[in-house]
Design a protein. Structure first.
Length: 124
């Protein structure tokens, strides 16, 4: 009888915990901050983009001019984000979606520039 009571209590606790974990998960929004099926906040995405640019420079896949243009685009988006955050009421959903669209375009540009066979110092 004691085992049965403990089992029922355990099921009750686990049943109560399931909705709490569902509430804590981020709400997926199509096209916003999802990379590889996992949600990423803006800062994590910025760090990943910066790392991709740096890796492209180290490997020679990005020329100096390409890297300068990509970093200028990156800084423009970062300044826009700062303006959005400074405005009232802060960063809105529409502003997040706008930033996401701009980050998507920047990531496409990085991918294109890294694979354009315009290798610095190497000619194939």
């Amino acid at each position: 009888m004691k085992k049965f009571t403990l089992m029922i209590a355990g099921l009750g606790i686990s049943a109560a915990a399931i909705p709490a974990t569902a509430i804590a998960a981020p709400v997926p929004q199509p096209g916003y901050g999802f990379q590889g099926g996992a949600w990423q906040n803006i800062n994590a995405r910025q760090n990943r983009i910066e790392a991709r640019i740096n890796q492209g420079i180290r490997s020679g896949a990005l020329t100096r001019g390409e890297a300068m243009r990509l970093r200028a685009q990156f800084r423009d988006i970062a300044r826009l984000e700062a303006r959005y955050r400074a405005s009232r009421p802060g960063l809105t959903v529409a502003e997040r979606l706008d930033l996401d669209r701009r980050f998507d375009a920047l990531e496409r540009s990085i991918r294109i520039q890294k694979h354009d066979r315009d290798h610095r110092g190497r000619r194939w």
